[in-house]
Design a protein around this ligand. Structure first.
Ligand SMILES: Cc1cc2nc3c(=O)[nH]c(=O)nc-3n(C[C@H](O)[C@H](O)[C@H](O)COP(=O)(O)OP(=O)(O)OC[C@H]3O[C@@H](n4cnc5c(N)ncnc54)[C@H](O)[C@@H]3O)c2cc1C
Length: 317
């Protein structure tokens, strides 16, 4: 265990009991699909949920905490993150069938499980309805936080209950009704800061083979329409009601528009790709340019789906 000698004595004592990996001044570009981002003050990859609880309790009460899964919907600014990042992908990875009935099955997946793994695991066990997750390169935790979805499916259509953890390291069950859920929007109705540790998903019993071929077909559609060979964060903007952000961006002549190493994808206009060592500032400036241009030309204000965190560097925040 790597423990910072500058830590307060009580935090240092708690940190000595940790079983995961603690790193200081850790570059976030390693953990985001855009491959950009400055360093986090500290990054912790817990050994399990109990270890995550110990870590949370070891932190000073005023230290900001952010959970990260696969960083596939995250722009970390170049100035990095003040506070603690808890990295869950590869950490909380339990996946099991909790209950199997004649017509449905209940799966439990920890927050760090990749959504495509969940989709394939369900199909292997003849549980259907989770195929849409196969093309979303995030984790269960990120999927729950974003209500990630595509092709008519959404994470919270299948999730019935979540296991969460709070700042004091207390675990609790949350029902679907405890959240306000909408298109790419999830908000805990109660006050307080909590993170997802895992969730239970209900899927119908069906033909695994049919599910596997649906997954294959869905992945082919993605390969044909999305720039999957370039670093991106998927769709940058939410679709406005009754329209598509990609259609509006293309109609404004922005396909291929570039700032520094960031470019509006020539394949899918709602993607911004890192084509040549982009900085987070390049990407954010391009996001702002798209919003301004689309608003000016069409009157529609696009809203960013990607979460932006951290501090700007070399510019005023
Ligand atoms: C090529 C590509 C295609 C994509 N296609 C889709 C798509 O079809 N549909 C779609 O919805 N999204 C899509 N995305 C975006 C992204 O994959 C999803 O939003 C995904 O759910 C993010 O998961 P993550 O683990 O990467 O989350 P991260 O990017 O790590 O985090 C995203 C947000 O969730 C929070 N978060 C993460 N884990 C937790 C946790 N355990 N508890 C609480 N909060 C947490 C983070 O703090 C952050 O605010 C795509 C991205 C890429 C790169």
């Amino acid at each position: 265990m790597c423990v910072n000698p500058d830590m307060p004595a009580d935090s240092r004592a708690a940190a000595q009991n940790l079983r995961g990996e603690l790193r200081f001044d850790e570059p976030m570009a390693k953990y985001t699909s855009w491959r950009v981002g400055g360093s986090a003050d500290q990054l912790y990859k817990p050994a399990d949920s109990q270890d995550m609880a110990t870590y949370l309790r070891s932190l000073p009460a005023d230290m900001p905490v952010i959970c990260v899964g696969l960083g596939s919907n995250l722009l970390v600014r170049d100035g990095g993150v003040r506070g603690a990042i808890i990295l869950l992908h590869g950490a909380l990875r339990e996946l099991r069938i909790q209950e199997l009935r004649d017509d449905y099955g209940l799966l439990y997946a920890e927050a760090g499980v990749a959504l495509p793994r969940l989709a394939r695991y369900a199909a292997q066990h003849n549980l259907v309805g989770g195929e849409f997750m196969a093309g979303i390169p995030g984790t269960v935790g990120g999927g729950l936080a974003m209500n990630a979805g595509c092709y008519g499916g959404e994470t919270w259509q299948l999730a019935v209950r979540a296991l969460t953890i709070n700042r004091q390291g207390q675990l609790r069950n949350r029902e679907r009704e405890d959240y306000e859920l909408d298109y790419r929007h999830v908000e805990l109705k109660a006050r307080g800061e909590e993170w997802f540790v895992g969730a239970w998903f209900v899927l119908s019993v069906g033909e695994g083979e049919v599910s596997r071929s649906a997954i294959k077909e869905l992945l082919q559609r993605r390969i044909a329409s999305q720039p999957l060979n370039q670093p991106s964060a998927g769709s940058v903007f939410r679709n406005p009601p009754g329209d598509y952000a990609a259609r509006l961006i293309e109609a404004c002549g922005l396909k291929g528009r570039r700032i520094g190493g960031a470019q509006v994808s020539t394949k899918h206009a709602n993607f911004i790709v890192n084509i040549a060592g982009a900085s987070a500032a390049d990407i954010e400036d391009l996001i702002d340019l798209v919003v301004e241009t689309v608003a000016r030309q069409t009157g529609v204000v696009l809203h960013c789906e990607v979460r932006i965190i951290g501090e700007r560097s070399g510019r005023s925040a």
